[in-house]
Design a protein around this ligand. Structure first.
Ligand code: SF4
Length: 342
């Protein structure tokens, strides 16, 4: 069940006076939506509450002033409607702007005001033709909104269409469903389709260890059992997960459920989201510490997405420098050593 109104939220759990005031003001600009499952989680977790409930900071011009609606210029790069082709071997297809849970830090918040759209059959055919005509495209990212909730026959046409294009090797689906509505992932028809589509990888989106619950684990396991690899893309969010302790716990818990931490994104400078921004220095400090505590298999790429449409740049804390014909390196525990650059 989807909850959208203040009345429905208050029936499930009490809001503070400030939360109620923010709800009333902010939804005029940025709406609210949640599953009952995720609201229940917000009742128990302050971090989830921050990602879910509207905050007055979203509409405070002194905080949001430097944010842009679409800093990554996603729409400028459409080759056919809803398909972006920026990197030579990869394309992105936006299938809908519908999400059952509206995350307050969403980089596509601009689409919330447009009314719900789903990719049409004609648009699917145009995307498939574009990809079939471009043999360099080997990796297709299906995103949204929530792509797993587009009408089943459209999802099937898209996935089976991609399966039949030989040069497409990987189909990545960016979905937050395992986190916010795991019961839907467990639907047998959906799981069968994802398995049948063969090329599918799921990129999900846990930001905080509190989001890893028995039910979300079950959803992930169901995907893995059908041979669908599951990776995670988190976003570094001020006041939610911007500490070494929280990120370390998130990454360890993800590894326990066999989800590979893939990206930790720096928060994009999006209007309505600026209050979640941390400094890049803070992100690098966290990463530096993670390298001391975790094996590389548990460490995601920390990446910025270049405003203006430059694409993603992975960042690493600088742990070496060139000294004449030698490199000087810093070991995990801070000791220094050198190697000749032969
Ligand atoms: S699931 Fe993704 S697209 Fe949907 S609101 Fe959350 S961050 Fe935005």
């Amino acid at each position: 069940m989807i909850v959208k109104s203040l009345k429905e939220v208050k029936e499930l759990f009490p809001l503070t006076e400030e939360e109620e005031r923010a709800f009333k003001e902010v939804v005029k600009v940025y709406p609210f939506s949640s599953t009952v499952y995720y609201l229940e989680l917000a009742r128990k977790s302050l971090a989830v509450r921050k990602m879910l409930l509207p905050s007055l900071l979203e509409i405070d011009p002194s905080v949001q002033g430097r944010g842009e609606e679409d800093p990554l210029r996603e729409e400028r790069d459409f080759k056919v409607p809803l398909l972006t082709h920026r990197y030579p071997d990869r394309v992105l297809i936006i299938t809908t702007n519908y999400c059952p849970v509206l995350c307050r830090y969403c980089m596509r918040k601009r689409n919330w005001k447009k009314g719900v759209f789903y990719i049409t059959e004609r648009e699917i055919e145009r995307c498939l033709k574009y990809i079939a005509d471009n043999p360099k495209v080997r990796d297709v990212l299906i995103s949204g909104g929530e792509p797993l909730l587009i009408p089943a026959e459209k999802l099937e046409r898209l996935l089976i269409g991609l399966k039949s294009i030989d040069h497409v090797e990987v189909v990545r689906i960016g979905t937050r469903l395992p986190v916010v509505w795991p019961e839907r992932v467990l639907e047998p028809e959906l799981l069968s389709l994802l398995e049948k589509a063969q090329k599918v990888w799921v990129n999900t989106h846990f930001n905080h260890p509190d989001e890893i619950t028995p039910l979300s684990k079950e959803a992930v396991l169901a995907l893995l059992k059908r041979g669908i690899p599951v990776n995670n893309q988190a976003v570094l969010l001020k006041g939610v997960n911007d500490s070494v302790g929280v990120i370390e716990k998130l990454l360890r818990e993800l590894q326990k459920i066999k989800v590979r931490p893939y990206y930790l994104f720096h928060c994009d400078p999006v209007k309505g989201v600026m209050h979640f921004s941390t400094s890049i220095t803070k992100g690098l400090d966290i990463l530096r510490e993670l390298f001391k505590r975790l094996s590389p298999l548990a460490i995601p790429y920390y990446a910025v997405d270049g405003p203006g449409g430059y694409g993603k740049v992975p960042l690493l804390p600088q742990r070496f420098k060139k000294l004449g014909n030698f490199y000087e390196f810093e070991a995990y525990d801070g000791r220094l050593f050198t190697m000749e650059d032969r």
